[in-house]
Design a protein around this ligand. Structure first.
Ligand code: 7RM
Length: 467
């Protein structure tokens, strides 16, 4: 096992080694024979004699010659856990050759990588985005890839822009949730730095709302840089739907077209393609090199979750991993969010994304998360959790105004029954809002299921206290 004494998270040193000690207590993981510990924070840790070794000490006597280990193409490369909507994490299995081939190709073409580029992906390296596009894709291309341990925080809100200026970053890849946080912190921060080295921007993780897209394009990209909106998943290993910069004109909010070789479609539950502009299930109809091979230790769950949701057509199975989408007249894909993120108000199915996007388009709103709450009359009612822009103040009048704003943007059916202001939303470390937790809160239930992927546990306590 490889670990560190601790790591830095915003302004605090988070202990890591102690978690390993706990996991190995009472011989709970007998296959772990040695633990390598990297000294990072310098905090006190327990070192078990014979089992635990400091990395810097072993390194001193290690040979500089370290031949690569030949692997079979289908040898397991890694297992990465991803939380499903039910809350029980699934171990996504990736293998050696296909994963490496596909992250290599997608990185090369989507970022149009050049010898002179300095590429920076801000993702957590423990997320699939960190695996595929901080480590494997960039390194197999011989690219210059920048890794940064920090996160923007109140003590240093402009740190990302400092990094871009200092290292002359040319390609910047981040998540919509981060972009919305930048907007909230104010455009004077990036404006005070020289960002002219940038030539290409990317986003990943969730659908990007038009306001965030325009801000990213204008303030960060200086109206000069194309934005590649890359749709993919832990399960797909690499980009599935994405523009190729310069070759495919972009539309704000669309991930554009499938990567060459990817056969995507939007279908109904019987596997029939839906009409132009209509919503449906986003599927992939043909295998691709970096597709997940199974759920670790549970082939049956793999089959059920990904291959049996959509009925096979003429003996052909479709891959479906939970997203809704529509395709427009130009063949562009518009991802509508997870199909389980819907609210059913009086028989009308509304994507939570739609309502969130409407809320965020109001100048006082920084971020919004919408969930359904059981309602005797309507079946479900909309509850919106809202964080405000720095200068805006919570008030009854603002609640009224926001409800009115949603009605104006979408229609009366989407009027939130309830709006709750909060300082922060519960998110995973990759920035995905954990609506499952908010659903429980909204309906006054105890929070059940896995919460280990929550980035900041204090957010839940604050939300509970406020409700
Ligand atoms: C890379 C990653 C996967 C889910 C996926 C979508 C959502 C990701 C986009 C997006 C709209 C995008 N892996 N998603 N990218 N939605 N546009 N460009 O995020 O396994 O953590 O999540 O993320 O719902 O199914 S992930």
């Amino acid at each position: 096992m490889i670990t560190a004494d601790g790591g830095f998270r915003k302004d605090t040193a988070v202990p890591l080694k102690i978690q390993v000690d706990r996991a190995l207590e009472n011989n709970a993981a007998p296959s772990v024979e040695n633990v390598l510990v990297v000294k990072r924070t310098g905090q006190d840790v327990h070192m078990e004699p014979g089992r635990d070794h400091w990395w810097h000490e072993l390194q001193q006597n290690a040979s500089a010659d370290c031949p690569a280990e030949p692997m079979d193409s289908e040898d397991r490369l890694f297992v990465l856990y991803t939380s499903g909507s039910t809350g029980k994490p699934k171990g996504v299995v990736h293998t050696t050759a296909g994963y490496n081939l596909y992250t290599h190709m997608t990185f090369k073409w989507t970022f149009d990588i050049k010898e002179t580029d300095v590429y920076w992906c801000t993702a957590d390296v423990g997320w699939i985005t960190g695996h595929s596009y901080i480590v494997y894709g960039p390194l197999s291309n011989g690219a210059t890839t920048l890794m940064y341990e920090g996160a923007p925080r109140s003590s240093n809100p402009g740190c990302f822009w400092d990094v871009i200026e200092k290292y002359g970053v040319t390609i910047f890849y981040t998540a919509p949730t981060a972009i919305r946080a930048f907007i909230k912190m104010g455009e004077h921060l990036p404006k005070a730095r020289n960002l002219t080295s940038l030539r290409l921007l990317g986003t990943v993780g969730e659908p990007i709302n038009p306001e965030a897209w325009m801000w990213y394009y204008r303030v960060i990209g200086g109206e000069r840089c194309p934005i590649v909106d890359t749709w993919w998943q832990t399960e797909t290993g690499g980009f599935m739907i994405t523009p190729l910069p310069g070759a495919i004109p972009t539309k704000p909010g669309s991930a554009c077209k499938p990567f060459p070789g990817i056969l995507a479609d939007v279908v109904d539950l019987d596997g029939n393609p839906v009409g132009e502009g209509e919503g449906g299930y986003l599927v992939v109809k043909h295998p691709w090199p970096s597709m997940m091979r199974t759920v670790f230790g549970d082939d049956d769950r793999f089959r059920r979750t990904y291959w049996e949701h959509i009925a096979p057509k003429d003996g052909q199975y479709f891959y479906f991993a939970g997203d809704g989408a529509r395709r427009d007249a130009d063949g562009y894909y518009w991802i509508m969010g997870r199909v389980d993120d819907v609210v059913n108000v009086s028989g009308h199915r509304l994507g939570t994304m739609e309502v969130e996007s409407a809320l965020v388009s109001h100048p006082a709103v920084a971020e919004a998360a919408v969930v359904g709450k059981p309602d005797d009359l309507k079946g479900e009612d909309i509850v919106a959790f809202v964080t405000l822009e720095g200068t805006a103040a919570a008030s009854e009048a603002l609640i009224k105004e926001l409800k009115q704003h949603v009605v104006k943007e979408i229609g009366a059916i989407a009027r939130p029954g309830e709006i709750r202001f909060t300082d922060a939303l519960p998110k995973t470390r990759s920035g995905k809002i954990m609506r499952r937790l908010l659903r429980s809160l909204a309906s006054g239930q105890e929070i059940a299921g896995d919460t280990s992927t929550l980035e900041d546990r204090s957010v839940l306590d604050k939300l509970r206290a406020g409700s």
